[in-house]
Design a protein around this ligand. Structure first.
Ligand SMILES: [Zn+2]
Length: 319
């Protein structure tokens, strides 16, 4: 009897969620922001690092640019439960100005779904694509069922899905299982609310090189989140430019570019250390010259102190 009793208690305590999105992490979607575990003005993510911003209460998994919204990437139920609330009808617009912030006031989650789970937990998914919500209030959903598609509705600066977890009105960090407090003291993920497959994607190092390429003109950071990778260099372009796009860079990080063309090295630079952390950042290096046919190679390294944190080799053939 006592064995049975213990067993049922253990399963009632167990609440684990999976990823709220159907995509291939590190390939076509990325962990952009973690929750802010500090109730003060300072910030600390699930690992007491900086991949968060003041007051953030969830995990954000992003797509590269607005172009990716067209792919209809499914937002899925992170655990089995009953749909408690839905909202649709909010436009997919990037929030870039104070006016935009005002426009989404009270609708910060944009198009969203709240799911009530069996053991008092609630999950909330935000910023879905307008018109994509595929569930109604009161219906039962299984873990992995499609709720809608990733969008950028509400208070959203890039296409992503935001996952929050609450119990009795208190929100929890899904990664560490902790609730916010006045100090950050996460030492392990033993209490994580993610299932084993999902927690494996999360680590203290959230810095990623998410795209790079060789283009025929300088790049504009603002355009990356709108259009994605710029057009590749082609014959007759007036410059040859190697570029790279990163997320979650830290203060002091440097970027090293080596751009080579059919006649040898075109440019080789290492940027100055960053003066502060950057949630999203791009850099480029190149020369003003008419692009001719041949093979162009861009080697990019993200340097932290003297260690290489991320690296990519991009080869582009102009013909
Ligand atoms: Zn978020």
């Amino acid at each position: 009897m006592s064995f049975l009793c213990l067993a049922s208690m253990a399963s009632a305590e167990e609440f684990k969620v999976g990823l709220p999105i159907q995509c291939e992490l590190e390939k076509d979607c990325y962990i952009q922001s973690l929750p802010d575990l500090l109730e003060t003005e300072d910030t600390a993510d699930s690992f007491c690092q900086g991949a968060t911003y003041d007051g953030h209460k969830g995990v954000d998994i992003r797509l590269l640019s607005l172009e990716d919204i067209k792919r209809n990437v499914p937002v899925i139920a992170p655990a089995t439960g009953t749909v408690k609330a839905v909202r649709d009808g909010v436009k997919d617009i990037l929030m870039t100005t104070p006016q935009d912030r005002q426009r989404v006031k009270g609708k910060e989650c944009g198009n969203g779904v709240v799911i009530e789970h069996d053991n008092g937990y609630e999950t909330q998914l935000c910023h879905l694509k307008q018109g994509s919500i595929a569930v109604q209030k009161g219906i039962r959903v299984n873990k992995g069922d499609t709720l809608g598609f990733v969008g950028t509705s509400g208070a959203s600066e890039f296409p992503h899905v935001h996952l929050s977890i609450r119990k009795d009105g208190q929100w929890f960090d899904p990664v560490s299982g902790k609730k916010p407090g006045s100090t950050c003291n996460v030492t392990s993920n033993a209490e994580t609310l993610f299932d084993a497959d999902t927690i494996a994607y999360f680590s203290e190092n959230t810095s990623r090189l998410i795209a790079s390429g060789v283009s025929g003109s300088v790049i504009e950071h603002k355009q990356l989140v709108i259009k994605g990778a710029p057009k590749q260099a082609s014959i007759g372009d007036e410059a040859i430019v190697g570029w790279a796009w990163f997320i979650n860079l830290r203060k002091g990080d440097r970027i090293k570019f080596l751009l080579e063309g059919p006649n040898g090295i075109i440019s080789e630079i290492t940027t100055d250390p960053l003066e502060r952390k950057k949630a999203s950042y791009s850099a480029f290096s190149g020369k003003r010259r008419t692009v001719e046919a041949g093979e162009y190679k861009l080697n990019t390294e993200l340097l932290r102190k003297n260690k290489v944190i991320a690296q990519s080799l991009h080869v582009h053939i102009v013909e």
